[in-house]
Structure formats: structure tokens, C-alpha cells
Design a protein. Structure first.
Lengths: 186, 184
């Protein structure tokens, strides 16, 4: 019910908003992250996620970005780590199947750079954050890249004996590369 | 009077070779034991710690083995004691195999770790270069290589110790004096 209402509102916002939404080309896009285990960088990725992006570089403040990540699509090179990451003490993908980043304000920082203020909801908790994005545009196509840090302790990812930051660092570096088409051309 | 005491002038390995032998013997036996103990542990903070300590120790053994090989190639060991030809051939074969495995075991372990998506960071500080791709097939092949090479090394250690004790207890030929530490 709340979900329906939300979608209705989102649809309404899209319909009334002046900014045209872009299409994400999944082939050229990726969402990866690096955890640090006893000083060792261990890379993971999310295979399934979707982004609704409506950004007009001419008036970025009117833009909107929503990123939805399917948490059970998490994958590491080592299958035992993939299985571990889904457990309740880590991402608890059974109870929290989706993570959502919802933008609240977009600010142009010049030279194709933007700052997305928004909130990240992950494992049932929400925190505000600012995500820096660099957009390289060529015609109607563009590549949005950026990286930001998520503190796993803010979201209770890695509970109990795993809270120890000397084993697994609290800072997780998230990197994204999103290929877009349908950008407004001036 | 024991035979060894009657031959005080019998040639010995030099001090560096003796120190390297015992230091690396201890490190290798401990790291082999750790490897056999930890390899099928459930994922836990203990497993994570032990695996990293094992890798740090393994890389240390690899580096020291390179120095030891350089020393061995430039410093001739004492001449063989009188013994049947087959024993001399067997001893030399085991020593050659030791040196091959001092490198093969840690290198396969390092490659396995890298291929499984865990680059090796020595003591959690110094990132070592990746020389294999992050790839499931590479990881499986190098894991098997690491296991077989380490098991072979463990068997050769047992054989080496048994042979040394045989010289000491049965032949009483003073062979152990050549490698005994803290002795002039």
C-alpha cells in the first residue's frame, strides 16, 4: 500500500517534473565495492541493480536519482565469501532484499562534477550522505562515475564478533560506473 | 667414547647455513602444521586471522629461502660422510626437492590466494604483486598444487628427520654434528 503510494507519487513527480529521465545501459555499467580484511583489499560487486536517473546538466537541481540494489546479487570471487556476506550478521539479504539510495538534492560542482545529497537505506537503516559524481557526456550518451565510503558499522553490517575493525575495516569503498543514454543535448 | 667425539675435526656446515637450517626448519614445520589445521575451518575471525598469519609466514619463508639458496650456491657444504651410494643419491635428491618445494609451496599458496580474490599483503602492510588472474579455475588448480606440494614437503621432512636419526642412532657416524647449533 505504502509502496503503491510511493510509486504513484514518484510517477506524478516524473510526469510533472521538467527533467527527462535517462536510460541506463547495463552492459557498460557496474557497481563494485572493496572491503579491507586485515589490510587485504577484497573486491565484491552487485550484479543486479537498477537506477532511475533524471538529470539535466543545464539545471541539475531539478534532477532526481534513485538507485535500487538487489542485495542477494552480491558476489565475491570466493564463493564462500559470497555465501557469508548474505548471512544475517552481514547483509541479511533474506530480511533486507533491497538497498535504496534516494537523492534529495543535486548540486553542480563544475566541470561535469555533481554532488548528490541523499539517503542510503541499507539493512533497515537510513543515513544521509553526499555522493560525488563525475559525468562525461558525449552527445546524448554519458558515463557517470564516482566512489564513496559506506561505514558498515552505521548499518550494523558485520555484527557480533565481526564488529572488530582490525579484522574487517569499517570503511567500505563503493565504486560505480553508470552508462546513460537520453541525456539532453544543448 | 662416541665416534663423533673421536672425530673432532669433521667438517661442519658454516654458521649461516646452520642458523638458516634451524630457523627455517622451525618456521616451515609450524607453517605446515598451521596449514593442515586451518584449511577446513569454518569462516570465522579465527580462520581469517590464521589464514593471514599463514600467508605472512609463507612469504617470509619464501624470501628467506631465496637468501638461503644464494648462500648455498656460493658456500660449498662439507663433503659427504662415507655411506652407500644409494643413500648419497637419495640424500641429494631429497635436498634438491627441498629447495624446489621451499619455492613451489609458498608461490602456489600466494597464487592461489590471489586467484581466489585475496591479494597477499605482507604483514597487512606491503601489498605484493598479483601474478595470476582472479579466476576460479586458476584458484582451484593452484589450491591443488599448494596442497600436494605442501604434503610432499611434509613427507620429505619426516624422511629427512628419520634419515638423520638413523645416522645418529644406528650408524653413529657423527652426521648430526655437521648441523648442530651452538657449537664450535
Amino acid at each position: 500500500m505504502i509502496r503503491t503510494l510511493f510509486m504513484l507519487l514518484a510517477g506524478l513527480a516524473m510526469a510533472t517534473g521538467a527533467t527527462q529521465a535517462q536510460t541506463v545501459d547495463s552492459a557498460g555499467s557496474e557497481l563494485t565495492f572493496v572491503t579491507r580484511q586485515m589490510g587485504v583489499p577484497v573486491e565484491g560487486r552487485f550484479a543486479r541493480w537498477s537506477a532511475q536517473i533524471a538529470l539535466d546538466p543545464r539545471k541539475p537541481e531539478a534532477g532526481q536519482v534513485v538507485l535500487r540494489i538487489q542485495m542477494d546479487s552480491v558476489a565475491f570471487a570466493a564463493p564462500e565469501v559470497t555465501a557469508e556476506a548474505q548471512r544475517a550478521v552481514w547483509l541479511d539479504t533474506a530480511r533486507f532484499p533491497q538497498a535504496v539510495f534516494q537523492s534529495k538534492g543535486i548540486r553542480a560542482a563544475g566541470g561535469g562534477r555533481y554532488e548528490l545529497a541523499g539517503s542510503l537505506t541499507l539493512k533497515g537503516r537510513s543515513h544521509d550522505m553526499v555522493v560525488p559524481v563525475t559525468l562525461t557526456q558525449s552527445g546524448a550518451k554519458g558515463i557517470a562515475t564516482g566512489n564513496f565510503t559506506v561505514r558498515r558499522s552505521d548499518y550494523r553490517i558485520g555484527e557480533g564478533e565481526w564488529t572488530d575493525a582490525s579484522l574487517v575495516a569499517h570503511e567500505v569503498q563503493v565504486r560505480f560506473r553508470i552508462a546513460l543514454s537520453g541525456l539532453p543535448t544543448s | 667414547m662416541t665416534p663423533s667425539a673421536s672425530t673432532p675435526a669433521a667438517p661442519r656446515y658454516d654458521g649461516v647455513a646452520i642458523a638458516a637450517h634451524w630457523l627455517l626448519a622451525l618456521a616451515i614445520v609450524l607453517n605446515l602444521s598451521l596449514g593442515f589445521y586451518m584449511h577446513d575451518l569454518e569462516l570465522s575471525p579465527l580462520r581469517l586471522r590464521l589464514f593471514n598469519w599463514h600467508k605472512w609466514a609463507g612469504i617470509t619463508i619464501l624470501a628467506l629461502s631465496a637468501l638461503r639458496l644464494a648462500w648455498r650456491l656460493t658456500h660449498a657444504p662439507p663433503a659427504d660422510l662415507p655411506m652407500p651410494a644409494w643413500q648419497r643419491i637419495a640424500a641429494r635428491a631429497v635436498h634438491r626437492a627441498f629447495y624446489v618445494l621451499f619455492f613451489a609451496v609458498p608461490l602456489a599458496g600466494w597464487g592461489y590466494s590471489t586467484a581466489a580474490g585475496f591479494p597477499v599483503v605482507w604483514f597487512g602492510v606491503l601489498p605484493l604483486p598479483d601474478w595470476v588472474p582472479v579466476d576460479r579455475a586458476w584458484a582451484e588448480a593452484l589450491k591443488a598444487t599448494h596442497r600436494v606440494a605442501a604434503s610432499t614437503l611434509a613427507l620429505l621432512v619426516l624422511l629427512h628427520v628419520a634419515a638423520a636419526l638413523k645416522h645418529h642412532v644406528i650408524d653413529r657416524d657423527g652426521l648430526l654434528r655437521r648441523m648442530r647449533p651452538f657449537q664450535r
